[in-house]
Design a protein around this ligand. Structure first.
Ligand SMILES: Nc1ncnc2c1ncn2[C@@H]1O[C@H](COP(=O)(O)OP(=O)(O)OP(=O)(O)O)[C@@H](O)[C@H]1O
Ligand SMILES: [Mg+2]
Length: 233
């Protein structure tokens, strides 16, 4: 890993509070991190430690209470909702624990849709992506006609279809049995090696996290030990 590379995504002193009747809940209390081009970085931490919150902020799905997020040196705070939506659809891929596939669309259509929205339709590439996740033979299936691992592979294909610079995955294997989880993780590793994309992957699974270049550990709203003490592999 070339540490001289510019980061794709960086946060500085990132904070997120939720105001509730019972008081203020400080979920993120100052998270500073950098993800460089081509890195596969894992985020671990106990349930409720703020992993999903962090991913949502970094992906522009939610706004922070404080601090700064830079995506390729562009400050997300300066972007309108419309600009954020455009950035999300073209430059960031999302993979969620529960797949979020549209039930009334086939696998092929689920993967095609983000490319239509981004006006980047490229049918040969869709075929290639579906082959990479080994779902070309299932392309006419509806999500209800897929296994859990297949659904997640379809969601991964959908996340990759617009060739995003970074793929954010929130517990992509959390809903799968051990064997299927391992195969999905293997696939993510392979895909990561094929392109120069960066991956940021939230997981509970410390074993899984060993596959990455680095692991960021969230505890009580901060990264512990500080990210800088982890050296890139
Ligand atoms: N919209 C919200 N309003 C109030 N509190 C919230 C909201 N969203 C999340 N929280 C709280 O913020 C904390 C962090 O939530 P988050 O979903 O980021 O945790 P997590 O690390 O992803 O947990 P898990 O491993 O269970 O998915 C939790 O205590 C949660 O209850
Ligand atoms: Mg979560």
């Amino acid at each position: 890993m070339n540490n001289g590379d510019r980061p794709i995504l960086a946060s500085f002193d990132l904070k997120k509070n939720y105001e509730m009747e019972s008081g203020k809940l400080e979920v993120l209390r100052g998270v500073t991190l950098e993800i460089r081009k081509g890195e596969m970085v894992f985020v671990t931490g106990k349930s409720g430690s703020g992993k999903s919150t962090l991913l949502h902020l970094l992906g522009g799905l939610d706004r922070p209470s404080g601090g700064q997020i830079l995506f390729e040196d562009e400050d997300l705070a300066e972007k309108s909702e419309k600009q954020l939506a455009k950035m999300r659809s073209r430059r960031i891929g999302f993979v969620f624990q529960f797949y979020h596939l549209l039930p009334e669309l086939t696998v092929y259509e689920n993967v095609l849709l983000p490319s239509l929205i981004a006006k980047k339709q490229d049918r040969p590439w869709i075929k290639e992506v579906l082959k990479r996740v080994k779902l070309w033979s299932r392309r006419t299936h509806f999500p209800s006609e897929l296994s859990g691992g297949e659904k997640q592979r379809a969601a991964i294909a959908r996340a990759l279809v617009n060739r995003p610079e970074i793929v954010l995955c929130d517990e992509p294997t959390g809903n799968l049995d051990e064997e299927t989880a391992a195969s999905v993780m293997e696939l993510l590793s392979e895909l990561h090696k094929m392109e120069l994309q960066s991956f940021l992957i939230v997981t509970h699974d410390e074993e899984m996290a060993k596959r990455g270049n680095r692991t960021l550990r969230l505890h009580e709203g901060i990264l512990v030990p500080p990210e800088k003490t982890f050296s890139a592999v």
